[in-house]
Ligand binder design. Structure first.
Ligand code: AMP
Ligand code: ZN
Ligand code: FE
Ligand code: FE
Length: 287
């Protein structure tokens, strides 16, 4: 284990709705003092190879990760997965299905935006050859880059949030399935940014779906929320994680270094990963 720096276990690249390539994300993290990084693209694990080489060159460690979307009691929940094998076939098949659903959904949102008078096509959102997971930030960024809207936040607030005119729901799976997909690939499922669930009292019930951890530190969580989630994780016997959820242009106010989680939180996460890999009989190399 490195003896200085901090861990950051939540960020996105161009393999989903981040605006930086994996190599650039790794370099930005390393420059900001991150010693152990996990890239957690939405529904995608393919940055792993490129990011791994970059991490090695930058002298930082990389945990393979992913972020899945699920629905629990009518609320969207994100489930992070750590230590899973990015080459696991059943996981790959599920992610392909999610990708296809995301593309169909993006086509519907593009049509809705066109009907609202915006100039936008699928080619703007996902250029030919783009194979990553398409999300609403791809649409929002086009509207901002072309001067049609002032900010990504405005795009969400006025058009893309649930309840707004260009919103189309995502294909949803339940948290049990999300946790199974991660565990079957040798990973540990962790509840992402619990504050967005907006139902702290439901976290214990949600944890029973197969979660192994809670993301205690996150750029959207205040110190008092973090303290509360840390206590809850300890009480439920779950590991604690943290990350800033860096996206680049899709979340321009979030930078590596904004959320610093101590290296001391890593060994329990690694122990949980080792147990998950033993149980599944598969797992990724931890570099
Ligand atoms: P999607 O995968 O299409 O549901 O988009 C989810 C991503 O959009 C999240 O990871 C955030 O980066 C971003 N996002 C979701 N809700 C908002 C919001 N209200 N304001 C700004 N960004 C958001
Ligand atoms: Zn995102
Ligand atoms: Fe998320
Ligand atoms: Fe995220």
């Amino acid at each position: 284990m490195p003896d200085s720096g901090y861990i950051d276990l939540h960020c996105h690249t161009t393999f989903s709705d981040g605006s930086f390539e994996p190599e650039d994300v790794v370099a930005l993290a390393a420059r900001a003092g991150v010693a152990v990084l996990a890239i957690t693209d939405h529904d995608d694990v393919r940055s792993w190879e490129r990011a791994g080489a970059a991490a090695q060159a930058a002298g930082i460690r990389l945990l393979p990760g992913v972020e899945l979307s699920a629905e629990f009691e009518g609320r969207e929940v994100h489930v992070l997965g750590y230590g899973l094998d990015p080459t696991h076939e059943p996981l790959g098949a599920a992610l392909e299905e999610f990708h296809a659903a995301r593309r169909t959904r993006a086509e519907r949102m593009v049509r809705a935006l066109q009907q609202l008078g915006f100039t936008i096509t699928m080619a703007d959102v996902a250029p030919a050859g783009y194979t990553g997971a398409i999300g609403r930030p791809h649409l929002a960024r086009h509207l901002v880059e072309t001067g049609q809207l002032r900010s990504v936040q405005a795009a969400f607030d006025r058009y893309l949030r649930r309840g707004r005119p260009a919103f189309v729901p995502k294909m949803v799976i339940d948290p049990v399935r999300a946790c199974e997909l991660i565990r079957d690939a040798g990973g540990v499922p962790v509840l992402a940014h619990p504050v967005y669930l907006n139902a702290d009292d439901r976290i214990p019930a949600l944890a029973k779906c197969g979660l192994g951890g809670i993301e205690v530190n996150h750029s959207g969580q205040t110190p008092s929320k973090r303290a509360k989630y840390a206590k809850l994780a300890d009480r439920l016997g779950l590991v604690k994680t943290g990350g800033c959820d860096f996206h680049g242009a899709a979340k321009p106010d979030v930078h590596f270094g904004d959320v610093r989680t101590p290296l001391a939180w890593l060994p329990p996460v690694e122990a949980a990963i080792a147990a998950a890999q033993d149980a599944a009989g598969v797992g990724a190399r931890l570099t």
